[in-house]
Ligand binder design. Structure first.
Ligand SMILES: Cc1cc2nc3c(=O)[nH]c(=O)nc-3n(C[C@H](O)[C@H](O)[C@H](O)COP(=O)(O)OP(=O)(O)OC[C@H]3O[C@@H](n4cnc5c(N)ncnc54)[C@H](O)[C@@H]3O)c2cc1C
Length: 320
């Protein structure tokens, strides 16, 4: 059976997310025909990039209504493309936008849904995915059988980015009625401060309640800066109002998968671990040698963060 995979490539303000190229790698692994969709107010410059990096048939969909992400409009447009091209597999990234969009999309096109997928492979005629469930305590393999499209969001940074390949850009025309929504996004306000996107960061340094107060955040920010890392947070310090929710990692925050994760003054509650335990290397700094974070840490530093963090920061700065 020939498999057809349709990818939703995420872009923001005309810049493609790295996860778009990771999805192309995931699709290559499945094999078969690749169709990549790119929606926006103007996507001319970036669709070529998708084609040159293995996006296959790249469908460029432009309309002023696509300027800002609106999951209602985006889902209707993608659903019409699913009806037209009849892919068996639809791939998106398990990002803030991707999660909202794909749940809606699965409902509209009566698809089988699997979110936050960490593995994907073809077994016989069926695509089988791997995903964590029950707060990351159970890893399941799932296969969708039957005629329904399999709607999948893939955890960012699981697959390497596709670097090469071939493709062609096609300007797709869409029924104008699909660009109408009861809700509209008037403007997008970018939060100041964090310049590195947490879900795409290779290195993340995260602060927990062990830092004692918001005045000590700059200590952890200093370590993050010395490593070129993004700054994350446990829910404890978000709830305390010391840092913005957009930086929370865990069950009710973001799921991340960096190459290096440094947890500073974080106990390692299960709700935190589910958002970061697939990180490649985990370093934990905690003065309590029995803290649960050490159960999953690659390297553990038992000590006072107020001594360890400045010492590490100085070392990393000196080695630059
Ligand atoms: C439904 C639900 C959803 C949740 N979602 C999330 C979520 O998304 N993300 C999340 O993070 N949490 C979440 N939580 C909360 C979670 O259960 C924990 O309460 C929280 O993660 C604890 O944060 P913490 O590790 O910063 O604080 P604590 O548990 O208080 O740990 C602080 C740690 O700092 C160490 N420490 C103290 N002083 C020092 C020092 N001087 N030097 C070194 N170490 C020191 C302590 O030994 C301790 O281990 C959720 C909870 C629920 C019920």
């Amino acid at each position: 059976m020939s498999i057809k995979v349709l990818i939703f490539a995420e872009q923001k303000e005309g810049k493609l997310s790295n996860s778009s190229f990771e999805l192309i790698s995931a699709a290559k692994k499945i094999g078969g025909e690749i169709i990549t969709t790119c929606l926006g107010e103007n996507v001319d410059g970036i669709t070529r990039d998708l084609a040159n990096r293995g996006g296959g048939k790249v469908l460029a969909i432009t309309n002023p209504a696509l300027r800002y992400f609106n999951d209602d409009i985006y889902a209707k447009v993608l659903s019409s493309l699913i009806s037209k091209y009849q892919p068996q597999i639809v791939l998106g990234a398990a990002t803030f936008y991707g999660k909202a969009l794909f749940a809606r999309l699965a409902a509209i096109c009566n698809g089988a849904m699997a979110s936050d997928v960490t593995g994907i492979r073809l077994e016989g005629n069926n695509v089988t995915i791997t995903r964590p469930t029950y707060g990351g305590n159970v890893i399941v393999d799932l296969a969708a059988t039957g005629e329904r499209p399999f709607i999948i969001t893939v955890r960012p940074k699981i697959f390497e980015e596709s670097r090469d390949g071939s493709g062609e850009v096609i300007s797709e025309s869409i029924d104008s009625a699909l660009f109408v929504s009861k809700a509209s996004v008037k403007e997008m306000v970018v939060e100041s401060g964090q310049s590195i996107n947490l879900t795409e960061a290779d290195i993340i340094v995260t602060a927990g309640r062990g830092i004692r107060g918001p005045e000590n955040l700059q200590l952890v920010q200093g370590l993050a800066d010395s490593l070129g890392a993004a700054l994350g947070a446990s829910r404890a310090i978000v709830d305390a109002g010391w840092i913005s929710y957009s930086q929370q990692i865990g069950q009710t925050g973001k799921t991340v998968n960096p190459k290096l994760y440094v947890a500073v003054g974080i106990s390692g509650a299960i709700q935190h671990l589910v958002g970061m335990q697939t990180s490649k290397t985990i370093v934990a700094i905690n003065r309590d040698k029995d803290a649960p974070i050490f159960n999953i840490a690659t390297y553990g530093i038992v000590g006072d963060l107020f001594e360890m963090v400045p010492a590490l920061t100085a070392k990393f700065q000196a080695s630059k």
